[in-house]
Ligand binder design. Structure first.
Ligand code: NAP
Length: 313
């Protein structure tokens, strides 16, 4: 397989680069992009793209690669891949589901605890020496709070399981009611937001879920509510979120993802009632190895004419 050319669209962990280089001829887009002649030369030989949650394959990119057979994404989300174009061209698309579910759910619960118990503010309080001048203020309890989940898929279900251990009542909104679940279903996200205190956003990003959390949802959650987003930034109308936080119409937010990553709205940086993460929900050493192995397994299966392990299309 050494002659098969693979294009990496975006930096990925060194382990994945090394494993790819053991098997394929690997080109890194960031390195070849500045060399138009090389780019022209390789465009006719690239048979696979390895993309990420940040950079996948849009229509222009796919059109520029006539020999492309597979887009293997190092991510579970595939909102950065033009699936319609891939389908038209008969290009296989794979992602890395399941292996990162636990990490993202752990991270979501961590964000909820950090937001309610003000863990980052506490940390700064101790480091700055303020503790010597007085006690820290009271915070808000997590255990027993009612939890609403937008998208009871793999991630949403894993969050629900963890929240149950905190004595939370669980309800959810998704396109369809899950018969296998005992959680309360709301067909309308506003009813879900009205009924819960902590709203976790864990659905896939599509045209329908773009800004699914808007002013109406935020106001339904109310001034004691908090939002945790470990889906995609564009699920939330960010200007509406910021004004709600600034005006006290929402108690707080824990955000792993942002609409224009890595840009984060300036106003958010100054708020003490938000906890911010640089899209690291699934970024642990263990999961990064599991995701990398799955990318490799999908590529190998594709080029050995076997069924890929985790097809999107
Ligand atoms: P999944 O198992 O496919 O679940 C997706 C959920 O989204 C399903 O419950 C689905 O509901 C719901 N959904 C889809 N369209 C909807 C709509 N219009 N309205 C309401 N709900 C809708 O996916 P997953 O593995 O849990 O991952 C979910 C997302 O998390 C990914 O797409 C990705 O964007 C994000 N993610 C983030 C990180 C991170 O590091 N922060 C890491 C991995 C993934 P139905 O079942 O009713 O269709």
């Amino acid at each position: 397989m050494e002659n098969i050319c693979v294009l990496l669209t975006y930096p990925v962990p060194e382990y994945l680069v090394q494993e790819l280089e053991k098997r394929f001829t690997v080109f890194k887009f960031l390195e070849v992009a500045s060399n138009p002649q090389l780019l022209r030369e390789i465009s006719n030989s690239i048979r696979a793209i390895v993309g990420t949650a940040v950079c996948g394959a849009d229509a222009g990119f796919i059109d520029a690669l006539p020999k492309l057979e597979i887009v293997a994404s190092y991510s579970v989300g595939f909102d950065k891949i033009d699936l319609v174009k891939c389908k038209e061209r008969g290009i296989t698309v794979t992602n890395t589901p399941d292996v990162l579910t636990d990490d993202v759910a752990d991270s979501a619960i961590g964000l909820a605890l950090a937001t309610l118990r003000r863990i980052c503010v506490c940390d700064r309080f101790v480091r700055s020496g303020k503790w010597k001048k007085g006690e820290f203020e009271l915070t808000t309890k997590f255990s027993g709070k009612s939890v609403g989940i937008v998208g009871l898929g793999r991630r949403g279900s894993a969050i629900a399981k963890r929240a149950e251990a905190f004595g939370s009542s669980i309800s959810y909104h998704s396109r369809s009611e899950k018969q296998e679940s005992n959680y309360k279903y709301y067909s309308n996200i506003i009813d879900l937001a009205t009924s819960c205190q902590i709203l976790f956003v864990a659905c896939a990003l599509t045209k329908e879920t773009h800004h699914i959390v808007d002013r109406k949802v935020i106001d339904a959650l109310g001034p004691k509510g908090i939002i945790i987003n470990i889906g995609r930034g564009a699920h939330i109308d960010e200007p509406e979120l910021m004004s709600a936080l600034l005006e006290g119409r929402l108690a707080g937010a824990g955000l792993d993802v942002f609409e224009h990553e890595p840009e984060v709205p300036e106003e958010l940086l100054g708020l003490e009632n938000v906890v911010l993460q640089p899209h690291v929900g699934s970024d642990t050493v263990e999961t990064s190895v599991a995701m990398s192995d799955l990318v490799i397994d999908n590529l190998e299966a594709c080029f050995q004419n076997k069924p890929v392990l985790t097809p999107v299309i």
